[in-house]
Ligand binder design. Structure first.
Ligand SMILES: [Zn+2]
Length: 217
């Protein structure tokens, strides 16, 4: 584990971790949050570290449950060249950031129902698995609270709309594989079992670490 007071990045919760299946709770910009394994932090500190975690993992979005926090917050980013829509690109992405987003209590409204299945989708909590065909609305409006506690509304279409829908799903315990035919999950059975095993090992280590911390070791 890294410095418990100010981690540079958080460990990623993986497929099989129960926190990814919980319905996350609303939060306020003034809350103090405790990411398991670390000291309490402000929402802004957690959001900054989530962005860093996302960049390091070459992602386009990261929801709080993915770092073990069941609260309704996600970060996302729009890159200069959104042709390269895959999470998991090799290049340093930070130089291509157009906008980044931190959204508290986001509520999505579909503004263009037309289903778009064209992009490949992946998830930082399900490393190595990418699939086309996840049906997503082509355009959405998102109402959310920002880090200053101000209510905001934005509209997004195409790839960014897909990112927001993927991240909002995480807040309801839904993963992108759930939106594909069950055969797809079956096809990846071996890979998913390996990820679940990794998740169990992580959770055991975290529990041991927490026990030591509580005992003041
Ligand atoms: Zn995801």
């Amino acid at each position: 584990m890294s410095d418990p007071a100010s981690p540079r990045v958080y460990p990623m919760r993986l497929y099989g971790d129960p926190v990814l299946r919980r319905k996350a709770k609303p939060l306020q910009a003034t809350d103090l949050l405790t990411v398991p394994g670390f000291e309490p932090q402000t929402v802004r500190q957690v959001a900054d570290t989530m962005l860093e975690t996302m960049f390091e993992a070459h992602g386009v979005g990261l929801a709080a449950p993915q770092i073990g926090l069941p609260v309704r917050m996600f970060v996302a980013v729009e890159y200069e060249d959104d042709e390269e829509e895959n999470e998991g690109q090799e290049k340093p992405l930070k130089s291509r950031v157009l906008r980044d987003f931190v959204m508290l209590n986001p509520v999505l409204k579909v503004i263009d129902k037309k289903k778009d299945r064209s992009y490949q989708e992946g998830c930082l909590s399900i490393p190595g698995i990418y699939e086309e065909g996840v049906p997503r609305a082509r355009a959405v409006q998102v109402s959310y609270t920002d880090l200053d506690g101000v209510s905001r509304v934005i509209e997004a279409d195409d790839f960014l709309a897909r990112v927001f829908q993927h991240e909002a799903d995480h807040l309801d315990g839904v993963l992108f594989l759930d939106r594909l035919p069950a055969e797809v999950t079956e096809d990846y059975r071996k890979e998913l079992l390996a990820i679940q095993q990794k998740s169990r090992t992580f959770l055991n280590d975290l529990a041991a670490h927490e026990r030591q911390r509580k005992a003041g070791l």
